[in-house]
Design a protein around this ligand. Sequence first.
Ligand SMILES: [Zn+2]
Ligand SMILES: [Zn+2]
Length: 407
Amino acid sequence: MTTSNRCVCPDCDWVVDVPVTTTEVFKCPRCGHRLGGGAPVSERHTLALALAALILALVSLWLPFVGYSASGVSQTMSLLDTSAELLHFHERLLAILVLFTVWVVPVLYLLAICWIFTRLLGSGPVGPVTLYFIRTVVQLRVWMMADVFLLGALVSLIKISGLAAVELASGFYTFIAFVVLQLWVANNVSRYQLWHRLPHQQAPQSEAGRAAHNQGLSGCVCCQAPNSPQHKKCWRCGETLSLTRWRGWRLTLALLIAAALLLVPAHVLPVMETTSFGRTQPNTIIGGVLELWQGGDAPIAIIVFVASLVIPVAKILTLLVLLYVAERGNDSTVKNRVVLYKVTDWIGRWSMIDIFVVAVLVALVRSGQLMSVYPGNAALAFALTVILTMLAAMTFDTRRFFMPTTK
Ligand SMILES: [Zn+2]
Ligand SMILES: [Zn+2]
């Protein structure tokens, strides 16, 4: 039985021995990145909660989500209507994006968790299918946005509450329960504890307390095991090792430039069009913020303004600055740069609120007799901006911060 697990810190490339049995959070001594620890979760408990979340996800898709009535006309929408209506208006990419980030990806994640923990409850060896699902769980997490959608739905309901009587339906409450359970599972399943259960005997020779690249090794992007360059796949989790090459400043820069260019149509073109009493009015993202502000919903206006303009612009600028200073700073600022990168990386997904507001309003109001809401061209441009900035953050190689100080 091993007492520690040798891994390569994904943020700074340091080779570290992570104690397996500790319940305290274990951080990289060089950069502070979390590498292990945390209270072990009960396998039965996790399995039960993941199954409950799956059932709630299925139920939430079909049940009425929200209803509204205005001037004697009543309408309800289900969660599935958000994508169906976008599809109806030929916004295929947006429809797929909404359905995948809000429902499909979280459901795939929960199915993978159910498979993994069912296998772990048994005593047999971990097979290739289980390994595949463990890798999938790591990769899917970043694209789960049910919690962001919930906030977007609340913003859209506040937006429309001045024009119509809004009523939360049963699907809304089951969706909240699904989001809570899914967040619990995602935050409590420690992938470090999953890796420690796998065999260690094929690990290449390495020395703790030195950078991996100085020993001719590279860390697996998925499980952080040290790997020799002659291997194509990670000896422990089976991940393709060439994925490390995706992290490079040229790709990050290209993604950031594309995101910055798309931000222009995203804010100049209308994000949705509203027709009421025969009059069609295009709404830009900032126009929507001003409407909320003038309507007395200042806190919501600030949330939408921050999510739609401040976060994308700040994220692009921060990553550009970090790219420039990556290898130019000194030791004392390295940790600050890592923290800045992590905040930028974490906050980006919340910009999707705007897209979810449009999806909910289009599905809820549809082509009503008194009022209709249509998605505008800016919606796709804005969604692509968010995706590109997320990809830019994922391809950003934080190990470059530590290159000048590598001994
Ligand atoms: Zn580190
Ligand atoms: Zn691996």
